[in-house]
Design a binder for this molecule. Structure first.
Ligand SMILES: Cc1cc2nc3c(=O)[nH]c(=O)nc-3n(C[C@H](O)[C@H](O)[C@H](O)COP(=O)(O)OP(=O)(O)OC[C@H]3O[C@@H](n4cnc5c(N)ncnc54)[C@H](O)[C@@H]3O)c2cc1C
Length: 411
């Protein structure tokens, strides 16, 4: 094609045609600005937070999602842990809804294949779904935008204060500083950061599980078809920018040493942008899920979703997943998402109120997504009815969740 025709075609508008093999044009889409009031504010657009925001908005709540990074998915995408699980237990599906739909859609769009979930297996990893993290992040973002969620990338809360039976959140980011009023808050930061800012009780072990830096050397990385290599980063702590920096520096520099030493003839073809974290603060909630609750599959009276994964504690000597007894499917109660002595705030994700061993199984991605959906539903209803999530009739939360495709335990 001649240069003049090329330029003409390119100026025809967004995405009209590519110049050269790689360039497409798009105009920044005009937006309605960021509101200064919302029904629900979700902090952290990771595994759980993305789903919480979509659910809250689909239930009619004006929803703002604040994410310190620049894409959705958190550990699933930025961390490179692109193999969510487990949605199935003992041959049947136990977690569905918004997270599952996104996972399934990204596999379909990527031409991938879902595992055979019909056969119960002692190898839990066979039930994990390999997804293309780039596609997942884009699809999650599309689902948020379609639902009407206002996404604020590059932002984080600087302060949070109780205000008129709701919250005033001071948000900051490069060149941005503003106040945002909301009725309900959902903390999906992975380390209960907002709960910590409010000085509500949190739990934390002296020695936490290692984080990991994920990368690949050798043949090109095939996202959605394979897993990455990992460096265990002991002492990785997601609490502050300083501790996060140390974990990422350690992970990346250890990887570099590894490449220099033994893998020097193999090319580095994939490296995640930052270290990922397995364990941090958990909330001390209205209910603390114990190891006994988890391995016995206790059916909590206020159960809002299932969880299924072995007890999976990583230590300096590695990990030996302890499978659950045949037929056991643990549940997560609403009260484990609510910090003790609090109103109008919930958490979802790996900082769910639980003891360490229970948390080692609960923290995986499918239950994080299910918790996110439950928190989003409860927050939307509570905002509409001017109450706090714990005071809502459980049946109303459950029927909203079921309407949006989630699987809710029967009690
Ligand atoms: C190496 C590794 C391997 C794992 N293996 C598996 C596996 O095989 N299968 C599985 O299902 N799970 C696995 N997990 C566990 C699982 O991935 C995580 O526990 C889960 O993704 C946590 O979800 P989350 O939503 O709680 O947190 P995240 O997904 O980490 O999301 C937190 C989000 O909050 C944002 N954020 C944090 N602080 C702030 C702030 N102050 N302001 C604004 N935004 C903020 C972050 O940028 C991030 O987007 C693994 C985890 C690790 C680290």
């Amino acid at each position: 094609m001649k240069r003049r025709s090329l330029l003409k075609a390119a100026s025809a508008g967004a995405g009209a045609m590519a110049i050269g093999p790689l360039v497409t044009h798009a105009e920044v889409t005009p937006d309605g600005g960021v509101p200064d009031k919302a029904d629900v504010v979700v902090v952290g657009g990771g595994t759980a937070g993305t789903i919480a925001a979509i659910q809250a908005a689909r239930a009619g709540a004006k929803t703002v999602l604040i994410e310190r990074g620049s894409q959705l998915g958190g550990t699933t995408t930025v961390g490179g842990v692109a193999f969510p699980g487990l949605f199935h237990a003992w041959g049947k599906q136990v977690i569905a809804g918004i997270g599952w739909d996104l996972v399934r859609t990204s596999v379909e769009l990527d031409g991938g294949k879902l595992p055979d979930f019909t056969k119960p297996t002692g190898h839990h990893w066979k039930l994990q779904v390999l997804i293309n993290p780039y596609l997942y992040a884009a699809l999650a973002e599309e689902a948020c935008l379609k639902a009407g969620v206002t996404i604020c990338y590059y932002e984080f809360p600087l302060s949070v204060k109780a205000d008129n039976d709701g919250w005033m959140v001071e948000c900051a980011g490069p060149g941005t500083r503003r106040m945002l009023a909301c009725k309900q808050l959902i903390d999906c930061t992975g380390g209960a950061d907002v709960v910590g800012m409010l000085k509500l009780p949190r739990l934390r072990e002296k020695e936490t599980q290692p984080g990991s830096m994920l990368f690949k050397v050798g043949d090109s990385f095939h996202p959605g078809r394979e897993r990455l290599h990992a460096v265990y980063v002991h002492g990785a702590d997601s609490s502050t920018s300083v501790t996060r920096t140390r974990a990422t520096l350690t992970g990346r520099q250890t990887m570099l040493k590894k490449i220099r030493k033994g893998l020097s003839r193999r090319r580095l073809v994939q490296m995640q942008a930052e270290a990922s974290f397995r364990e941090s603060h958990r909330i001390n909630g209205q209910t603390v899920i114990t190891h006994k609750d988890y391995v016995s599959g206790r059916l909590f009276a206020d159960a809002i979703c299932y969880a299924y994964y072995p007890v999976d504690l990583h230590t300096r000597s590695g990990v030996r997943p302890k499978q659950l007894a045949r037929g056991v499917v643990p549940t997560i109660p609403l009260s484990a998402l609510i910090p003790k002595n609090s109103r109008n705030i919930m958490v979802a994700g790996r900082s769910v109120s639980s003891d360490r061993l229970a948390n080692s199984g609960l923290r995986v991605q499918a239950p994080c997504m299910a918790m996110g959906q439950a928190a989003g539903a409860a927050a939307a209803l509570a905002a509409q009815r001017k109450t706090t999530p714990l005071k809502l009739p459980l049946e109303d939360i459950r029927s909203l969740l079921t309407k949006h495709g989630a699987i809710v335990p029967k009690t």
